[in-house]
Design a protein around this ligand. Sequence first.
Ligand SMILES: [Zn+2]
Length: 412
Amino acid sequence: MIFLTKYIIPSRVSLGLILILVSCSSAKKVDFKSPVDTTTKNIKFQVKQTYNLPQLGVYASNDFDGARLNGFKKENDSTAIVIINPENAPINNSPYYAFKVWSKSSKSFYLKFQYPKGFKHRYIPKLKEGDTWRVIDSASIFKQDSIVTVKLELGTTPKLVAAQEIQSSTDVKNWYTSLANNKASYVHVQNFGKSRLGRNLPVLDIYRGDSKGKDIIVLLTRQHPPEVTGYFAFQEFLQTILNDSELSSRFLNKFRVLAFPIMNPDGVDLGHWRHNSGGVDLNRDWGDYNQPEIKQVVSYINKTLKKNEGKLTLGLDFHSTWYDVFYTNTDRENTNYPNFENKWFKALEENIPNYKVNEASANSNKPTSKGWFLNGQNAVAITFEIGDDTPREFIELKGKVSAEEMMKILIN
Ligand SMILES: [Zn+2]
């Protein structure tokens, strides 16, 4: 007996060591031609407050999730300067802003946007009225050189002005919770980790029947906080996969979907222009995994693939830029579904009226998700970019049709 116990203990220890080795190898780094330094940088937090311009009786506040306002100053009796700064620099030109503004008495008032040198106004201002957002009328937006001023009718009820429709981590949670409602048999909502500042990182793990042996599709969005139009396409795409149609049922009996609805919740709630709270562009961290958001998503995807005994067929990462475009990889022949891109784009053009696919193809030299899906997983990888100003109804149509056509291609 004693001999046996002695014998068992060391073997348990070595089993433990093997498990550790396996889990290390599952976060295997992927090499890229042009590495990017994604070690943590300092960011400047905005001070949450209500600004008061006493001589004018005008107030502004950034005291809510998704807000961005770094200063509010009187310029003259009818104008205030709205100061907007990035979380750190260097950074892309995506000057995001969001704040509430109101006044003691009703009046017309002007807001003049001020960004640091080198950055230009990008987003057309929107107003939230009740539950709906509307673009501020172009007759109330004035542009002189590159300085933008907006005219608003102020009163005692605060007006919410933002660069894009606000979709905070709470809004995202409310959306996926209600989407998954009554679908507990095949939609498993979990947190796969925590962000740098401790916010939940959610995933919807979706499959019908046995998970084992199913190949996997990964959907991601909001690595970049202001890219809300990409998120809208992601929402419609996922809703279509979960619409309980016959197509959806057949698809989910064959494939497992991992959907990550908010990859950068800190950046989203802090109103960041692009980075996470480690001051890093998360879509450049897919080689080294220095940031907790990417480290944990990579390890979650790898673990699921291993347990599932399947492969990763397709990775779709939803973003926004100036116009609609699909960024693809040029290497296709050796992926887990060669020719998917051609079939899918053809189907989109056939099923969306008067639509022509805009594709830009290049292998990712920088450590992006698209490069990681290809180089690390042999998966088809596409960055699904929606324009900042693409009409919202068109985004819905595109999200829906692209999900339907993807499912049709993959079940055949
Ligand atoms: Zn992006």
